[in-house]
Design a binder for this molecule. Structure first.
Ligand SMILES: [Zn+2]
Ligand SMILES: [Zn+2]
Length: 331
C-alpha cells in the first residue's frame, strides 16, 4: 500500500526549475530524434551495452563505494571508478555521494530532497535533480573522499567522460557507415548503421534510460514493493526495480543495512552489481566487501519481520555518518 505523508510548508515550496531543466530536456530531445534517424542493430547493441556498464558504475561506484564505502580499493582504481561513474552524465562522484548520504540521514522527512511521499512522484523522480538549487557539492558531507585532489578535479570536470563517450560512439558509427561503401554492410547487413543512429540510439537513448532507471530508486523504491525491515522510512524491496537497476531495487534491505556491499541479502534476490563487484574482487581490483551482520540475515529470512532501528540514520550501519567521518579523520 502506498502511504502518503502530508506535505509540509517547506515541501510545497519546491518547484521544477525551468532553467535548470534545459540540459536534461535537451538530452531527452536528442533521444527523441530517433523518429528522424530510425533504429539500427549496432545502435541498439551499443545502447544496451552502455546502459549496463554505466548503471554498474552508478550502483557499484557512486553508490556502493563513494556513498557507503561498502568495500575497499586502491587509489588508482578509485579514480577509475570515479571517471567511469561520470560517463553516466549524473554529475560528479562527490556531488552524487554527498547528496545520497543526505538522503539516508533524512529519508522521507522534510529534509529529504526526494521523498515521493512528501514531495510527490514527479519531484522525487526528476524535479529535484533538475533544480539548480542543489548544484553545489557539499564537500563537508564527503570529507573522506574530498581529501583526494584527483577526485575533487573529476567532480568538477564531470562532462569530460560523457563528451568523449558521445564522440567515440559517433566515430564508431562513422566508421561502420564508411565501411558500407566497401561492401561490409552488404556482406553483413546486421552491421548497417549511420553515425547519427549510433549517436542517437547508442548514446542519447541509453543515457535517457539510464537517468530514469537510476531515478526510479529515488521515486518508486520509496513507493512500491515489500518492506522487510522497519527502517523509519518508506523504502521498499522490489524485484522489478532490482532488475532495472542491477540490484538497487532491494532498497529496504539497503536502508536497513547501508554498509553492506550486497543489497540482495538472499540468493534469490538478484543483485547483478554484487556479482560484478565479486568478480572484480577475484581479479584483486576491490576487496573487503562488507556483508550484512548474521542476525540481520537470520531475522530477515523469517519473513516480513519488523526490526526497530536506532533513531539515527547512518549511511553505514553501526554508527552515524558523523561518527564515521570523525573516525576517518582520526586514522
Ligand atoms: Zn532511499
Ligand atoms: Zn544508499
Amino acid at each position: 500500500m502506498i502511504q502518503t505523508i502530508q506535505p509540509s510548508g517547506k515541501a510545497r515550496e519546491l518547484k521544477v526549475d525551468p532553467i535548470g531543466s534545459i540540459p536534461f530536456a535537451l538530452v531527452h530531445l536528442a533521444a527523441l530524434a530517433v523518429v528522424f534517424t530510425g533504429f539500427s542493430w549496432p545502435g541498439v547493441a551499443v545502447c544496451v551495452f552502455l546502459y549496463v556498464i554505466r548503471m554498474f558504475a552508478i550502483t557499484g561506484a557512486y553508490h556502493r563505494y563513494f556513498s557507503h564505502r561498502s568495500y575497499k580499493t586502491s587509489r588508482w582504481f578509485q579514480f577509475v571508478l570515479a571517471f567511469w561513474g561520470t560517463s553516466a552524465a549524473q554529475k560528479g562522484p562527490l556531488w552524487w555521494a554527498a547528496h545520497h548520504r543526505h538522503h539516508h540521514r533524512h529519508s522521507d522527512t522534510d529534509e529529504d530532497l526526494h521523498s515521493p511521499g512528501l514531495h510527490g512522484l514527479w519531484w522525487a523522480h526528476v524535479g529535484w535533480i533538475t533544480s539548480t538549487k542543489w548544484n553545489h557539492t557539499d564537500y563537508e558531507g564527503i570529507k573522506d573522499f574530498s581529501k583526494f585532489p584527483e577526485l575533487r578535479w573529476i567532480n568538477r570536470q564531470y562532462l569530460i567522460a560523457p563528451l568523449l563517450l558521445g564522440l567515440g560512439v559517433y566515430g564508431l558509427g562513422f566508421l561502420l557507415e564508411s565501411t558500407a561503401s566497401f561492401g561490409l554492410a552488404e556482406a553483413h547487413p546486421i552491421l548497417r548503421t549511420t553515425a547519427s543512429q549510433m549517436l542517437i540510439v547508442g548514446f542519447f537513448m541509453s543515457t535517457v534510460f539510464l537517468y530514469h532507471g537510476t531515478f526510479c530508486i529515488n521515486s518508486f523504491a520509496h513507493l512500491i514493493g515489500a518492506k522487510r525491515y522497519k527502517t523509519g522510512d518508506e523504502s521498499k524491496n522490489s524485484l522489478i526495480l532490482a532488475l532495472i537497476t542491477l540490484g538497487e531495487g532491494w532498497h529496504n534491505n539497503h536502508h536497513y543495512y547501508p554498509g553492506s556491499e550486497r543489497q540482495g541479502f538472499f540468493w534469490w534476490e538478484i543483485d547483478i552489481t554484487h556479482y560484478g563487484l565479486k568478480a572484480l574482487s577475484w581479479l584483486g581490483m576491490v576487496w573487503e566487501l562488507n556483508t550484512p551482520a548474521p542476525n540481520v540475515l537470520s531475522m530477515g529470512s523469517k519473513g516480513n519481520i519488523r526490526i526497530e532501528t536506532a533513531p539515527a540514520r547512518p549511511a553505514m550501519k553501526g554508527a552515524t555518518l558523523d561518527d564515521e567521518l570523525e573516525a576517518e579523520a582520526a586514522d
